[in-house]
Design a protein around this ligand. Structure first.
Ligand SMILES: Cc1cc2nc3c(=O)[nH]c(=O)nc-3n(C[C@H](O)[C@H](O)[C@H](O)COP(=O)(O)OP(=O)(O)OC[C@H]3O[C@@H](n4cnc5c(N)ncnc54)[C@H](O)[C@@H]3O)c2cc1C
Length: 455
């Protein structure tokens, strides 16, 4: 007796997880990413429950001549669809792979691909350990780390990808592998920065740091003070050690109940910082900024588990449009242009400049394809996009802010904050050729579709 050929419908019979096809009950929920403004229409959505489901989905896609795109949360869903229709693609979602284990003896964590940073931070903290989590607790460990991973501790400890010890993944041939620096150095290198171009990552092992708390908080001024505060922050960052990672941002907060009352419906310029020093040293460093008389000052010794509140990222899925770009440097004229252009764009919820350098500088860490950032600052702008029209208006405003700093754009870009299409040569720079060589070996038919493709 011969087995019937696989179809997207019969794939469900092979899985513990679920398959959703267009029109099925639950289709809209299954296909909707964290950024709910992104309208994804793949051939099917598979919610996998384990490695066997991943292998079955990869094999079915190959047999059916479909491609596979992996998504955890969908925080960076925008570029995935912007790189062409998803009609020939199975969207494999790792949302249900959530196990996190901490090994205090080795100071490592193993997080399944659907785990969120808030879950890792909460699991590590009771052991006196911290992960290089990003600013938002509901960003996924996998997408963030595979892109590089820029945390509040980045200037002292570099990118999250540099702390990865091993990666488990299912490759295009349906093999489940555990890849580290010894078993397949090239693939291990490519995965750390090369994103979703090489397979379905099922779990990541990474080193933790012995950090329980730090000095962190924000200073806020009315937005009319931006012309004083942004240049002062720009001068201040020249004076701070690597233990300080900071951001300056212009915030136009909507009048929504989820925004705390003193901030709701108002506009601010803010400096946020995480400082890995004792209180006296941190307080001393903040003196020049506090001398500008902020209207609010939230700095205090902060447990590592509270750090995820510092940036006030939305606690649940939102419709958003935005984009980010690395900046080689910022001179006085560029700082003035940032102040002027953001003042003219009240539709943007946040326009921020993150201070890079320190342990992020290229050459400081021998990691993977993205082991440092060849830029001194990162610009990210975002706005709420409840309708396609609002999304277009926000995207245009974000484009104007990016455009005002065009002379400062760095030669290579950073996948995590890039939410629009990007030429692979600009995204991966000198790493591109080697990334393509690894992809040709591991995925010769181009089964996998990363949100920032290498080809
Ligand atoms: C509110 C907010 C705050 C953020 N803060 C930070 C920050 O502080 N630092 C920072 O570096 N970034 C930050 N980001 C950017 C974030 O790191 C990227 O959006 C990242 O891609 C999200 O990963 P994800 O898995 O949550 O998202 P997804 O959209 O699910 O994944 C993005 C891409 O990663 C790849 N991918 C994901 N999972 C897998 C897998 N299991 N196997 C193979 N490939 C996979 C795929 O190519 C996928 O398209 C932030 C984003 C938002 C929206």
């Amino acid at each position: 007796m011969t087995a019937s050929p696989i179809t997207l419908t019969s794939l469900a019979d092979q899985l513990t997880g679920e398959v959703f096809l267009p029109g099925d009950p639950g289709w809209d929920q299954a296909r909707t990413p964290w950024n709910v403004a992104v309208d994804q229409h793949p051939a099917a959505v598979v919610l996998v429950e384990g490695v066997r489901d991943v292998v079955a989905t990869v094999e079915a896609a190959r047999t059916l001549g479909l491609r596979v795109a992996v998504q955890g949360t969908g925080h960076n869903a925008a570029p995935l669809g912007a790189n062409g229709s998803l009609a020939d693609t199975i969207l494999l979602r790792t949302t249900r792979l959530r196990d996190v284990t901490i090994d205090p003896a080795t100071g490592t964590a193993r997080a399944e691909a659907g785990a969120l940073w808030g879950e890792v931070t909460a699991a590590a903290a009771p052991h006196g350990l911290a992960a290089l989590a990003g600013s938002s607790p509901d960003v996924g460990v996998a997408g963030y780390t595979l892109g590089g991973g820029l945390s509040w501790l980045a200037r002292a400890h570099g990118l999250a990808a540099n702390h990865v010890r091993a990666i488990e993944l299912v490759t295009a041939d349906g093999t489940h592998r555990r890849v580290d620096a010894a078993t397949d150095p090239d693939l291990f290198w490519a995965l750390r920065g090369g994103g979703g171009n090489f397979g379905v990552v099922t779990a990541i092992e990474f080193g933790l740091l012995p950090i329980t708390d730090l000095f962190a908080g924000a200073l806020l001024w009315p937005v009319e003070r931006a012309a004083e505060v942004v240049p002062a922050w720009r001068q201040w960052v020249e004076t701070v050690p690597e233990e300080v990672t900071s951001v300056v941002r212009v915030l136009n907060l909507p009048p929504l109940p989820l925004i705390p009352e003193p901030l709701r419906g108002r506009s601010f310029v803010a400096v946020e910082a995480a400082i890995l020093l004792d209180d006296a040293a941190a307080t001393g460093l903040l003196t020049p900024l506090r001398a500008l008389g902020p209207a609010m000052d939230t700095f205090h010794r902060t447990p590592i588990t509270e750090l995820a509140q510092l940036h006030m990222d939305p606690p649940e899925p939102v419709p958003a449009a935005g984009d980010g770009v690395l900046l080689a440097d910022l001179d006085d004229a560029a700082v003035r242009r940032f102040v002027d252009v953001t003042a003219a764009e009240p539709a943007l919820l946040s326009s921020e400049l993150r201070h890079l350098g320190g342990a992020l500088a290229p050459g400081r860490a021998a990691g993977g394809a993205v082991s440092g950032l060849d830029a001194r600052f990162l610009l990210f702008t975002v706005g709420i996009a409840p309708s396609p029209e609002a999304g277009a208006a926000v995207a245009a405003a974000a484009g104007r802010v990016k455009g005002a700093l065009a002379p400062q754009h760095a030669a290579t870009q950073f996948a995590n904050f890039r939410e629009s299409r990007c030429d692979p040569a600009e995204m991966y720079g000198q790493a591109l050729e080697r990334l393509r060589a690894v992809r040709s070996r591991i995925d010769p038919e181009g089964l996998f579709r990363g949100h920032h493709p290498v080809d």
